[in-house]
Design a binder for this molecule. Structure first.
Ligand code: FES
Length: 144
């Protein structure tokens, strides 16, 4: 192997490792929690975002409640900044999949960002989002 072939081989190996790392990051399993609806709110402990095994804070978690037909994904941007999005596609209502910061629709391929904005159609409307408030220990998803 000459020098040029060696450099090309190393470059492709590094790119492969970077691609594999990115793929594994997106394969992190989503955390689901079941909560009860209290009046028009869902109450979620902030500690649910903490992954004790990895000693880090998760970017998002998925909340289910018996009275809501679709799960809600809650993105955490900071200790006081959250977005709660209904995982119902704005095109024809299929349940969305969460792939990190991208929400994808298995029905026709629409994609949404972590603020509910359309990235790729055929959907042309944002996702339904809910106001989120917080105190020291909890966040409150306001469904009204
Ligand atoms: S229902 Fe989601 S893209 Fe059609």
């Amino acid at each position: 192997m000459n020098r040029k072939e060696f450099i090309q081989s190393c470059t492709f190996s590094c790119l492969g490792l970077l691609g594999a790392a990115a793929l594994l990051q997106n394969c992190t399993p989503s955390k689901y929690i079941q909560v009860s609806r209290e009046n028009d709110q869902l109450k979620v402990a902030k500690s649910e975002f903490v992954n004790l095994k990895k000693n880090k804070t998760s970017k998002y978690l998925i909340v289910k409640a018996n009275t809501i037909p679709y799960p809600i994904v809650v993105y955490r941007f900071s200790d006081t900044d959250y977005t709660a999005l209904l995982l119902q596609c704005s095109h024809q209502g299929s349940e969305l999949n969460v792939n990190g910061d991208i929400l994808t629709c298995p029905a026709h391929g629409s994609e949404f960002g972590n603020k509910g904005e359309v990235i790729q159609g055929p959907a042309d409307q944002k996702l339904q989002n809910y106001k989120v408030t917080s105190d020291a220990d909890h966040i409150y998803i306001n469904l009204a």
